[in-house]
Write a protein that binds this ligand. Structure first.
Ligand SMILES: [Ca+2]
Ligand SMILES: [Ca+2]
Length: 492
């Protein structure tokens, strides 16, 4: 409990201390967290930075021996900004040789030994991006800058001028040598802008173990959030099992088959931290298409004409699509639903907007085909299009095709999370499509009308906002703990 006492003395927020105490008390109860099997916690200090005592020990060559491209630019904390012409140029080699690779050797303050766990590379150097580094071999030596060296990682850097993080298997290193295997297509040089190196947190140390567990939990939560965003919260392989957690360890108070699951340890962590994942994920989002929630029909192609003398028949108004009611054939009651005047695939549509013409992220649509029309006319296939601009002219992006069963029940469709100011439903087929005759369009069972009973649209906000808040909170605690861990290291 020594580290708890030092925590209490530190300036770390009280919430963290309470969390640590709760975690410590529960260590015996919780399963071992295996989520870190592929990721481990790393410190906050870039030990390669010149500002922190990092040094360039050796470099294979420098382009035209030009001091503007010196290898010290790799650890100066700056990258080149082509627009503002600020920062430093980065380093470029004087040749490109994928066999006898170009390299740079980095040492740390006082030639000290470190267990390294993460490398960050920003390839942005002030040269043609074809020269930017692609494949990098990372080697470490515990003895001398000349070696012997052990290969500790092979990294592939993307052709993007931004810091790219690589968590590596923790390895002891006094000197780190980066060998540049390939670039993006130049035979003149290989170049990059900045290299950062971070220590692995020791998971067998009391505080280090806690940091490792929390980092694993935060990563797991991020993957869970990503899986939810990708799928609208369903039909995904267990997000956590990707991360080395066995299915047996997966459990949740509201378990549904196929839903991404959080490990018990992570759920405990959230609960101890004041969050409640059960209520967060059980919170039912509002149907933002419903008229009573501010939804409205902003455009539509036509309304069914029952009597040509009277024109469009209001009992088939498109407003019936968002009135929260459907026609019940059994007792001949309920709202009639919408029906068009005429049907050809792609010609009939209804566009729905939200309260105050606001843009929402949406990820789920529910439709009910039931209307007071012959089921030959019931919508069978609907293209869903979204725009963040004009309800009339779009531009429209097709995000899903809904294939409906001709049954008078709510039918749910998950779609990838996407921003929408207006959602346009374009009707592509009606009726059962079971007429197999030459010359008959399978998509058109009735050219008189296409009809639909109800549309509901949902946003993922309730759940993901709760998740964002928990992740943000845990990340802040993690930074506090890492700062403390690094302070402890300095004091001993
Ligand atoms: Ca730099
Ligand atoms: Ca309705």
């Amino acid at each position: 409990m020594k580290f708890l006492q030092s925590l209490a003395k530190s300036k770390v927020r009280l919430g963290t201390v309470a969390l640590v105490a709760a975690l410590s008390a529960n260590i015996a109860l919780s399963r071992p967290v295996q989520a870190q099997s592929r990721t481990w916690a790393t410190g906050l200090t870039n030990i390669a930075a010149a500002a922190n005592g990092g040094r360039i020990i050796n470099v294979s060559s420098t382009i035209d021996n030009d001091a503007k491209f010196a290898a010290t630019n790799l650890i100066d904390g700056k990258v080149y900004n082509a627009d503002k012409k600020t920062g430093s140029f980065g380093w470029a080699s004087d040749k490109y040789d994928p066999v006898n690779m170009e390299y740079v050797t980095i040492g740390f303050k006082d030639n000290s030994l470190h267990t390294i766990g993460k490398i960050v590379i920003n390839p942005a150097a002030s040269v043609a991006p074809e020269r930017w580094v692609k494949d990098v071999e990372v080697e470490a030596s515990t003895e001398s800058a000349e070696g012997p060296y052990q290969v500790v990682a092979q990294l592939t850097v993307l052709k993007k001028g931004e810091p790219q993080e690589f968590t590596i298997l923790p390895a002891p290193a006094r000197f780190v040598r980066l060998l540049f295997r390939t670039n993006y297509g130049s035979d003149r040089a290989v170049a990059l802008g900045e290299v950062e190196i971070y220590e692995a947190v020791n998971p067998t140390d009391g505080l280090g173990g806690l940091i490792s567990r929390m980092e694993g939990a935060v990563n797991e939560l991020k993957q869970y959030r990503q899986a939810q965003a990708d799928t609208g919260g369903t039909t995904v392989a267990d997000a956590a099992s990707d991360n080395g957690v066995t299915n047996a360890a997966l459990t949740s108070s509201n378990h549904k088959p196929g839903k991404p699951q959080l490990s018990e340890a992570t759920l405990q962590l959230i609960q101890q931290n004041g969050g409640n994942p059960a209520t967060a994920s059980a919170a039912s989002p509002r149907n933002i298409a419903a008229a009573q929630n501010g939804g409205r029909v902003v455009d539509f192609s036509s309304t069914f004409v029952s009597d040509p003398a009277k024109g469009a028949d209001p009992v088939y108004s498109p407003d019936n699509l968002i009135d929260g009611d459907v026609f019940r054939e059994k007792d001949n009651a309920g709202s009639f639903g919408w029906a068009s005047q005429g049907f050809a695939p792609g010609k009939q549509y209804v566009t729905i907007g939200f309260r105050g013409d606001r843009t929402h992220v949406i990820n789920r649509i529910v439709v009910n085909p039931s209307s007071n029309q012959s089921s030959l006319r019931w919508a069978r296939r609907i293209d869903v299009q979204v725009t963040t601009e004009s309800s009339k002219t779009g531009p429209w992006q097709t995000v899903a095709t809904l294939n409906l069963r001709l049954e008078p029940v709510n039918q749910e469709f998950k779609i990838p999370s996407i921003e929408a100011k207006y959602v346009r439903f374009v009707f592509m087929a009606n009726g059962p499509g079971d007429v197999k005759l030459p010359g008959i369009d399978q998509d058109v069972n009735s050219d008189r009308s296409v009809s639909l009973g109800e549309i509901e649209i949902y946003e993922p906000a309730a759940e993901s906002a709760a998740l964002d808040s928990v992740i943000g909170h845990l990340q802040q605690i993690l930074v506090d703990l890492k700062r403390l861990y690094e302070q402890q290291g300095k004091n001993t």
